[in-house]
Design a protein around this ligand. Sequence first.
Ligand SMILES: [Zn+2]
Length: 150
Amino acid sequence: MAITDKIYVKNHQQLASQLETSFPKGAFSGATLDILFQGEGLVKLDDATRDRVLDFAEDFMDCECQGAPHCGCPERKFVAYLLELREQGMGPDAIVDVMTDDYMLYAYPGDILSFLDDSVRTLEAVETLADVEGENEVADETRNRRQRLL
Ligand SMILES: [Zn+2]
């Protein structure tokens, strides 16, 4: 399961009742993207919630793909956001706090930790392959990237 399948909407019940409809708890479930982040119910949300919902839509759903928001861009951008927070030196707990502050989302720190470990392992594999292939530039770039995540 991708990390974006483990990102949840905080105060989910409360938001559903403000919107007078139900949607899944997973932030990246197709129906959540449609109903919460792209829906017409925004006016029904309280100010603090609306600001964060709009921020999310602006930051992760601003592509112009035909299938948007079901094109994979929101997920890709969110993964980049998580890695960026890590590169700023944050641990799993801090990353969860920041995503809650920024977008009213949460995840379990253990899931974030596994995601970060997996990312490092993936970069390691790329690095090894690039070394074997003599792609020094790719290897260096990947090594730098990986070290920023540690
Ligand atoms: Zn897209």
